[in-house]
Design a protein around this ligand. Structure first.
Ligand code: PEP
Length: 251
């Protein structure tokens, strides 16, 4: 059975005091997590160790980096390596978020290298894909997302690809308050799953968790997560409000 995953993406937000308060709230909250449903917190890099410590009392809460570099170590000032992440016990990394693609020019090929090094170090990539508004308006989103997957992931064998988590995030829905309809989310998630089935097998496709991201809130989480191919969410803005994100985890 594939896992349900609710992931928080704090992006470049929160002072140390705010991070402490949020993490304390999540650590103390009654959360409906278990071995089949986990929560992952992608916090700013300076808070990774703090988050690991604060959430350590619950075995179903994990910490993720929001990015990593494609090389093991070396003269890459300002970058974060998987070797460093592994050494502090980080098990997940968000890769290919649309903000990284747009503002930092991350290409599908560069992301393929990042995926490879994460897997080499036993770190699970939460691999983001999703189309901009003009692609959605032209109704070519399925092919656009399939190409992102193909160019970054399809060099992997079946056992490696099964380790990934995919996050489908239509760019026009990120931070805009505009959520994809349940039907739009389900349609794309089913399309992504069928692309994996075609490239690998039904069994592989069925094993991969596909999260939806884009203005998920407590008020819409349950209905989106109820779609058969939606296995959880990647949540930005609402993950910075403790009560809101606790409701989303429990939705
Ligand atoms: C995100 O950052 O991945 C995201 C989906 O943001 P928001 O929930 O704020 O739209």
């Amino acid at each position: 059975m594939r896992k349900r995953v609710i992931a928080a993406n704090w992006k470049m937000n929160g002072t140390l005091e705010q991070a402490n308060n949020l993490l304390d709230a999540f650590a103390a909250a009654p959360l409906t997590v278990n071995e089949n449903k986990i929560a992952v917190f992608a916090v700013p890099a300076p808070y990774l160790i703090l988050a690991k410590e604060k959430l350590s009392g619950n075995p179903y809460l994990f910490v993720a980096a929001q990015n990593c570099y494609s090389k093991k170590s070396g003269a890459f000032t300002g970058e974060l390596s998987v070797e460093i992440l592994k050494s502090i016990g980080i098990e997940y990394v968000v890769l290919g978020h649309s903000e990284r693609r747009e503002y930092f020019g991350e290409s599908n090929a560069f992301l393929a290298d990042k995926v490879n090094i994460c897997l080499e170090y036993g770190i699970t990539p939460i691999f983001c894909c999703g189309e901009p508004l003009e692609i959605r308006e032209a109704d070519t989103q399925n092919a656009y997302v399939a190409k992102q997957l193909e160019e970054s992931l399809f060099h992997l064998d079946a056992s490696a690809i099964s380790k990934l988590i995919i996050a489908y995030e239509p760019i026009w829905a990120i931070g805009t308050g505009k959520t994809a309809s349940n039907a739009q989310a389900q349609e794309m998630h089913a399309s992504i799953r069928s692309v994996f089935a075609g490239e690998y097998s039904e069994k592989v496709a069925d094993s991969i968790s596909i999260l939806y991201g884009g203005s998920v809130k407590a008020s819409n989480a349950a209905e989106i997560f109820a779609e058969p191919d939606v296995d959880g969410g990647l949540v930005g803005g609402a993950s910075l409000i403790a009560d809101e994100f606790i409701k989303i985890i429990n939705a």
